[in-house]
Design a protein around this ligand. Sequence first.
Ligand code: AHG
Ligand code: MN
Ligand code: MN
Ligand code: MN
Length: 339
Amino acid sequence: MKPISLTRYLIQEQHAGRINADLRLLIEVVARACKTISIAVGKGALGGVLGDAGTPGAQSMNIQGEAQKKLDVLSNDILLEANAWGGHLAGLASEEMDHSQPIPDAFQRGNYLLLFDPLDGSSNIDVNISVGTIFSVLRCPDGVTQPGDEHFLQPGTAQVAAGYTTYGPSTMLVLTVGHGTHAFTLDREIGSFVMTARDIRIPEETKEFAINMSNQRHWEPPMQRYVGDLLAGKEGPRGKDFNMRWVASMVADVHRILTRGGVFFYPIDAKCRDKGGKLRLMYEANPMSFIVEQAGGAASTGRQRMLEVTPTGLHQRVPVMLGSRKEVEEAVRYHAEHG
Ligand code: AHG
Ligand code: MN
Ligand code: MN
Ligand code: MN
Protein backbone atom coordinates (compact mmCIF):
# COMPACT_ATOMS: atom_id res chain seq x y z
CA MET A 1 0.00 0.00 0.00
CA LYS A 2 1.37 3.48 -0.92
CA PRO A 3 2.63 5.21 2.25
CA ILE A 4 0.56 8.20 3.35
CA SER A 5 1.88 11.73 3.84
CA LEU A 6 2.00 13.55 7.18
CA THR A 7 -0.73 15.83 5.88
CA ARG A 8 -3.04 12.89 5.10
CA TYR A 9 -2.29 11.27 8.47
CA LEU A 10 -3.20 14.52 10.28
CA ILE A 11 -6.41 14.91 8.25
CA GLN A 12 -7.35 11.30 9.13
CA GLU A 13 -6.74 12.10 12.82
CA GLN A 14 -8.92 15.20 12.50
CA HIS A 15 -11.72 13.29 10.75
CA ALA A 16 -11.51 10.68 13.52
CA GLY A 17 -12.08 13.50 16.03
CA ARG A 18 -8.71 12.99 17.72
CA ILE A 19 -7.28 16.41 16.85
CA ASN A 20 -8.86 19.66 15.67
CA ALA A 21 -7.95 21.82 12.68
CA ASP A 22 -5.84 24.23 14.75
CA LEU A 23 -3.64 21.45 16.14
CA ARG A 24 -3.35 19.91 12.67
CA LEU A 25 -2.22 23.25 11.25
CA LEU A 26 0.22 23.78 14.13
CA ILE A 27 1.91 20.42 13.54
CA GLU A 28 2.08 21.11 9.79
CA VAL A 29 3.78 24.48 10.48
CA VAL A 30 6.31 22.89 12.86
CA ALA A 31 7.02 20.14 10.28
CA ARG A 32 7.57 22.77 7.59
CA ALA A 33 9.96 24.68 9.88
CA CYS A 34 11.87 21.43 10.51
CA LYS A 35 12.26 21.01 6.73
CA THR A 36 13.87 24.46 6.62
CA ILE A 37 16.15 23.53 9.54
CA SER A 38 17.04 20.27 7.77
CA ILE A 39 18.19 22.23 4.72
CA ALA A 40 20.30 24.56 6.88
CA VAL A 41 21.83 21.63 8.82
CA GLY A 42 22.55 19.82 5.54
CA LYS A 43 24.57 22.74 4.16
CA GLY A 44 27.10 22.40 6.98
CA ALA A 45 30.31 24.28 6.30
CA LEU A 46 28.92 25.47 2.94
CA GLY A 47 26.06 27.31 4.62
CA GLY A 48 28.05 29.32 7.12
CA VAL A 49 25.98 27.71 9.90
CA LEU A 50 28.73 25.98 11.87
CA GLY A 51 30.51 27.26 14.92
CA ASP A 52 29.48 29.51 17.79
CA ALA A 53 27.05 32.39 17.59
CA GLY A 54 28.28 35.85 18.57
CA THR A 55 31.79 37.16 17.95
CA PRO A 56 35.14 35.83 19.23
CA GLY A 57 35.46 36.92 22.86
CA ALA A 58 31.76 37.88 22.92
CA GLN A 59 30.04 34.50 22.58
CA SER A 60 26.28 34.56 22.91
CA MET A 61 25.17 32.53 25.93
CA ASN A 62 21.68 31.18 26.58
CA ILE A 63 19.86 31.05 29.91
CA GLN A 64 21.19 27.51 30.35
CA GLY A 65 24.70 28.96 30.59
CA GLU A 66 25.62 27.29 27.29
CA ALA A 67 27.51 28.98 24.47
CA GLN A 68 24.97 29.15 21.64
CA LYS A 69 25.84 27.67 18.26
CA LYS A 70 24.85 29.56 15.12
CA LEU A 71 22.42 26.72 14.35
CA ASP A 72 20.83 27.02 17.81
CA VAL A 73 19.95 30.63 17.03
CA LEU A 74 19.01 30.01 13.39
CA SER A 75 16.74 27.06 14.26
CA ASN A 76 15.10 29.09 17.00
CA ASP A 77 14.47 31.99 14.62
CA ILE A 78 13.02 29.62 11.97
CA LEU A 79 10.55 28.16 14.47
CA LEU A 80 9.60 31.58 15.87
CA GLU A 81 9.00 33.11 12.42
CA ALA A 82 7.04 30.09 11.15
CA ASN A 83 4.72 30.01 14.16
CA ALA A 84 4.14 33.69 14.92
CA TRP A 85 1.46 34.42 12.29
CA GLY A 86 -0.29 31.03 11.86
CA GLY A 87 -3.16 31.90 14.19
CA HIS A 88 -3.10 28.62 16.16
CA LEU A 89 -0.75 29.60 19.02
CA ALA A 90 -1.13 31.78 22.10
CA GLY A 91 2.55 31.60 23.05
CA LEU A 92 5.91 29.92 22.52
CA ALA A 93 8.82 28.86 24.76
CA SER A 94 12.27 27.69 23.75
CA GLU A 95 15.52 26.42 25.25
CA GLU A 96 17.12 29.42 23.56
CA MET A 97 14.84 32.10 25.02
CA ASP A 98 15.00 33.27 28.64
CA HIS A 99 11.22 33.58 28.89
CA SER A 100 8.18 32.49 26.90
CA GLN A 101 6.72 34.86 24.31
CA PRO A 102 3.01 35.54 23.75
CA ILE A 103 1.99 35.81 20.09
CA PRO A 104 2.28 39.52 19.14
CA ASP A 105 -0.94 41.56 19.09
CA ALA A 106 -0.48 42.08 15.34
CA PHE A 107 -1.26 38.42 14.77
CA GLN A 108 -4.35 36.33 15.46
CA ARG A 109 -3.97 34.01 18.46
CA GLY A 110 -5.00 30.39 18.95
CA ASN A 111 -5.40 28.04 21.90
CA TYR A 112 -2.09 26.21 21.96
CA LEU A 113 1.29 26.69 23.60
CA LEU A 114 4.38 25.44 21.74
CA LEU A 115 7.62 24.58 23.54
CA PHE A 116 10.74 23.51 21.73
CA ASP A 117 14.40 22.66 21.82
CA PRO A 118 15.16 24.05 18.37
CA LEU A 119 18.47 22.28 17.96
CA ASP A 120 19.20 19.30 20.21
CA GLY A 121 22.74 17.92 20.31
CA SER A 122 24.46 21.23 19.57
CA SER A 123 27.84 19.83 20.62
CA ASN A 124 27.61 17.52 17.58
CA ILE A 125 26.96 20.17 14.92
CA ASP A 126 30.62 20.95 14.19
CA VAL A 127 31.59 17.26 14.05
CA ASN A 128 28.81 16.34 11.61
CA ILE A 129 26.90 13.96 13.90
CA SER A 130 23.07 13.77 13.87
CA VAL A 131 21.21 16.57 15.65
CA GLY A 132 17.49 17.23 15.99
CA THR A 133 14.55 19.41 17.02
CA ILE A 134 12.18 18.50 19.88
CA PHE A 135 8.71 20.03 20.40
CA SER A 136 5.81 19.79 22.82
CA VAL A 137 2.25 21.17 22.54
CA LEU A 138 0.06 22.19 25.49
CA ARG A 139 -3.34 23.89 25.65
CA CYS A 140 -3.37 27.53 26.70
CA PRO A 141 -5.55 27.86 29.83
CA ASP A 142 -9.05 29.22 29.03
CA GLY A 143 -9.36 32.98 29.11
CA VAL A 144 -5.59 33.57 28.94
CA THR A 145 -4.69 35.72 25.94
CA GLN A 146 -1.24 36.86 27.04
CA PRO A 147 0.29 33.65 28.46
CA GLY A 148 3.28 34.05 30.79
CA ASP A 149 5.84 31.43 31.83
CA GLU A 150 3.48 30.23 34.56
CA HIS A 151 0.88 29.13 32.01
CA PHE A 152 3.40 26.75 30.43
CA LEU A 153 4.07 24.96 33.74
CA GLN A 154 1.76 22.00 33.07
CA PRO A 155 2.67 18.34 33.75
CA GLY A 156 3.68 16.11 30.84
CA THR A 157 0.30 14.36 31.00
CA ALA A 158 -1.27 17.63 29.74
CA GLN A 159 0.56 17.46 26.40
CA VAL A 160 -1.75 17.16 23.37
CA ALA A 161 1.12 16.44 20.95
CA ALA A 162 4.88 15.89 21.02
CA GLY A 163 7.48 15.14 18.41
CA TYR A 164 11.04 15.36 17.29
CA THR A 165 12.83 15.62 13.98
CA THR A 166 16.18 13.92 13.61
CA TYR A 167 18.55 15.37 10.99
CA GLY A 168 20.51 12.21 10.24
CA PRO A 169 21.30 10.29 7.05
CA SER A 170 17.59 10.80 6.45
CA THR A 171 15.44 13.48 8.06
CA MET A 172 12.69 11.83 10.10
CA LEU A 173 9.85 13.35 12.09
CA VAL A 174 8.48 11.19 14.92
CA LEU A 175 5.11 12.30 16.30
CA THR A 176 2.41 11.43 18.78
CA VAL A 177 -0.96 13.13 19.27
CA GLY A 178 -1.79 10.65 22.02
CA HIS A 179 -2.78 7.79 19.73
CA GLY A 180 0.43 5.87 19.14
CA THR A 181 3.85 7.01 17.95
CA HIS A 182 4.49 7.23 14.22
CA ALA A 183 7.51 8.08 12.04
CA PHE A 184 7.62 10.11 8.84
CA THR A 185 10.64 10.32 6.52
CA LEU A 186 11.28 13.48 4.49
CA ASP A 187 11.00 12.74 0.78
CA ARG A 188 13.28 15.50 -0.49
CA GLU A 189 12.14 15.07 -4.10
CA ILE A 190 8.56 16.05 -3.31
CA GLY A 191 9.40 18.00 -0.14
CA SER A 192 6.94 16.23 2.15
CA PHE A 193 7.11 13.90 5.13
CA VAL A 194 5.88 10.37 4.28
CA MET A 195 4.78 7.83 6.93
CA THR A 196 7.40 5.08 7.15
CA ALA A 197 6.45 3.54 10.52
CA ARG A 198 2.99 3.40 12.13
CA ASP A 199 2.38 2.47 15.79
CA ILE A 200 6.03 2.02 16.75
CA ARG A 201 6.51 -0.44 19.65
CA ILE A 202 9.67 -0.36 21.77
CA PRO A 203 10.78 -3.93 22.72
CA GLU A 204 10.03 -4.40 26.44
CA GLU A 205 13.46 -5.91 27.15
CA THR A 206 16.86 -4.78 25.97
CA LYS A 207 20.59 -5.48 26.12
CA GLU A 208 21.61 -1.93 25.16
CA PHE A 209 22.00 1.13 27.40
CA ALA A 210 22.90 4.74 26.68
CA ILE A 211 24.69 6.89 29.26
CA ASN A 212 27.69 9.24 29.44
CA MET A 213 30.02 6.93 31.39
CA SER A 214 32.54 9.72 32.04
CA ASN A 215 30.20 10.97 34.79
CA GLN A 216 30.20 7.60 36.62
CA ARG A 217 32.14 8.80 39.68
CA HIS A 218 29.58 11.60 40.16
CA TRP A 219 26.42 9.45 40.15
CA GLU A 220 24.24 8.71 43.16
CA PRO A 221 24.64 5.21 44.74
CA PRO A 222 21.62 3.53 43.06
CA MET A 223 22.87 4.58 39.64
CA GLN A 224 26.41 3.41 40.44
CA ARG A 225 25.03 0.04 41.52
CA TYR A 226 22.63 -0.34 38.60
CA VAL A 227 25.23 0.45 35.90
CA GLY A 228 27.86 -1.59 37.74
CA ASP A 229 25.55 -4.61 37.48
CA LEU A 230 24.99 -3.95 33.75
CA LEU A 231 28.76 -3.83 33.20
CA ALA A 232 29.22 -7.12 35.11
CA GLY A 233 27.50 -8.82 32.17
CA LYS A 234 26.35 -12.42 32.21
CA GLU A 235 28.69 -13.28 35.12
CA GLY A 236 26.95 -10.57 37.15
CA PRO A 237 23.50 -10.34 38.78
CA ARG A 238 21.79 -9.42 35.51
CA GLY A 239 22.94 -12.68 33.88
CA LYS A 240 23.37 -11.16 30.41
CA ASP A 241 25.89 -9.03 28.52
CA PHE A 242 24.93 -5.47 27.62
CA ASN A 243 26.07 -3.17 24.79
CA MET A 244 26.49 0.59 25.18
CA ARG A 245 25.81 3.54 22.90
CA TRP A 246 26.09 7.32 23.59
CA VAL A 247 25.59 9.83 20.75
CA ALA A 248 25.23 12.93 22.98
CA SER A 249 22.25 14.02 20.89
CA MET A 250 19.17 12.99 22.89
CA VAL A 251 17.12 12.87 19.68
CA ALA A 252 19.54 10.36 18.09
CA ASP A 253 19.73 8.16 21.19
CA VAL A 254 15.95 8.17 21.66
CA HIS A 255 15.37 7.43 17.96
CA ARG A 256 17.65 4.38 18.18
CA ILE A 257 15.71 3.19 21.25
CA LEU A 258 12.37 3.67 19.47
CA THR A 259 13.76 1.72 16.52
CA ARG A 260 15.47 -1.25 18.25
CA GLY A 261 14.90 -0.88 22.00
CA GLY A 262 17.29 0.23 24.70
CA VAL A 263 17.38 2.44 27.74
CA PHE A 264 18.64 6.05 28.00
CA PHE A 265 19.94 7.70 31.16
CA TYR A 266 20.98 11.19 32.11
CA PRO A 267 21.08 10.89 35.91
CA ILE A 268 21.77 13.53 38.47
CA ASP A 269 25.51 13.85 38.91
CA ALA A 270 27.73 16.04 41.08
CA LYS A 271 28.33 18.38 38.13
CA CYS A 272 24.65 19.16 37.58
CA ARG A 273 23.20 18.34 41.00
CA ASP A 274 22.64 21.96 41.97
CA LYS A 275 20.62 22.47 38.77
CA GLY A 276 18.54 19.31 39.31
CA GLY A 277 20.05 17.44 36.38
CA LYS A 278 21.24 18.09 32.83
CA LEU A 279 18.18 17.63 30.63
CA ARG A 280 15.27 20.07 30.62
CA LEU A 281 11.80 18.87 31.65
CA MET A 282 9.53 21.03 29.51
CA TYR A 283 11.08 20.65 26.04
CA GLU A 284 13.29 17.57 26.27
CA ALA A 285 12.17 15.08 28.96
CA ASN A 286 8.39 15.58 28.71
CA PRO A 287 7.98 15.39 24.92
CA MET A 288 10.38 12.44 24.69
CA SER A 289 8.57 10.69 27.56
CA PHE A 290 5.16 11.16 25.89
CA ILE A 291 6.57 9.74 22.62
CA VAL A 292 8.22 6.79 24.42
CA GLU A 293 5.13 5.93 26.52
CA GLN A 294 2.93 6.04 23.42
CA ALA A 295 5.33 3.46 21.91
CA GLY A 296 4.92 1.13 24.90
CA GLY A 297 8.05 2.28 26.73
CA ALA A 298 8.48 3.90 30.14
CA ALA A 299 9.99 7.19 31.35
CA SER A 300 10.94 8.12 34.89
CA THR A 301 13.06 10.46 36.98
CA GLY A 302 14.10 7.31 38.86
CA ARG A 303 11.66 8.16 41.62
CA GLN A 304 8.56 9.34 39.72
CA ARG A 305 6.82 8.83 36.35
CA MET A 306 8.24 11.67 34.23
CA LEU A 307 4.88 12.81 32.86
CA GLU A 308 3.55 13.33 36.39
CA VAL A 309 6.32 15.72 37.51
CA THR A 310 4.77 19.05 38.53
CA PRO A 311 6.85 21.72 36.79
CA THR A 312 8.25 24.60 38.85
CA GLY A 313 10.21 26.45 36.17
CA LEU A 314 10.29 26.81 32.38
CA HIS A 315 13.93 25.64 32.18
CA GLN A 316 13.72 23.18 35.07
CA ARG A 317 16.08 20.19 34.78
CA VAL A 318 15.34 16.59 35.76
CA PRO A 319 17.16 13.26 35.91
CA VAL A 320 15.98 11.12 32.99
CA MET A 321 15.64 7.40 32.39
CA LEU A 322 13.48 6.17 29.50
CA GLY A 323 13.10 3.37 26.96
CA SER A 324 12.36 -0.36 27.13
CA ARG A 325 9.70 -0.65 29.82
CA LYS A 326 11.08 -3.61 31.78
CA GLU A 327 14.60 -2.16 31.88
CA VAL A 328 13.35 1.22 33.11
CA GLU A 329 11.34 -0.62 35.80
CA GLU A 330 14.52 -2.45 36.83
CA ALA A 331 16.44 0.84 37.16
CA VAL A 332 13.55 2.35 39.17
CA ARG A 333 13.66 -0.72 41.46
CA TYR A 334 17.35 -0.06 42.15
CA HIS A 335 16.44 3.52 43.15
CA ALA A 336 13.67 2.26 45.44
CA GLU A 337 15.93 -0.30 47.11
CA HIS A 338 19.20 1.62 47.23
CA GLY A 339 18.02 5.24 46.86
P1 AHG B 1 21.19 20.62 23.66
O1 AHG B 1 22.18 20.47 22.56
O2 AHG B 1 19.79 20.94 23.18
O3 AHG B 1 21.65 21.60 24.73
O4 AHG B 1 21.01 19.19 24.35
C1 AHG B 1 22.13 18.41 24.60
C2 AHG B 1 21.75 17.35 25.59
C3 AHG B 1 21.17 16.10 24.94
O5 AHG B 1 20.89 16.22 23.60
C4 AHG B 1 22.26 15.05 25.13
O6 AHG B 1 21.70 13.80 25.47
C5 AHG B 1 23.07 15.59 26.28
O7 AHG B 1 22.94 17.01 26.26
C6 AHG B 1 24.52 15.23 26.13
O8 AHG B 1 25.14 15.64 27.32
P2 AHG B 1 26.74 15.37 27.47
O9 AHG B 1 27.39 16.25 26.45
O10 AHG B 1 27.02 15.81 28.90
O11 AHG B 1 26.97 13.91 27.23
MN1 MN C 1 18.54 19.34 23.83
MN1 MN D 1 19.14 22.62 22.15
MN1 MN E 1 21.69 23.65 24.41
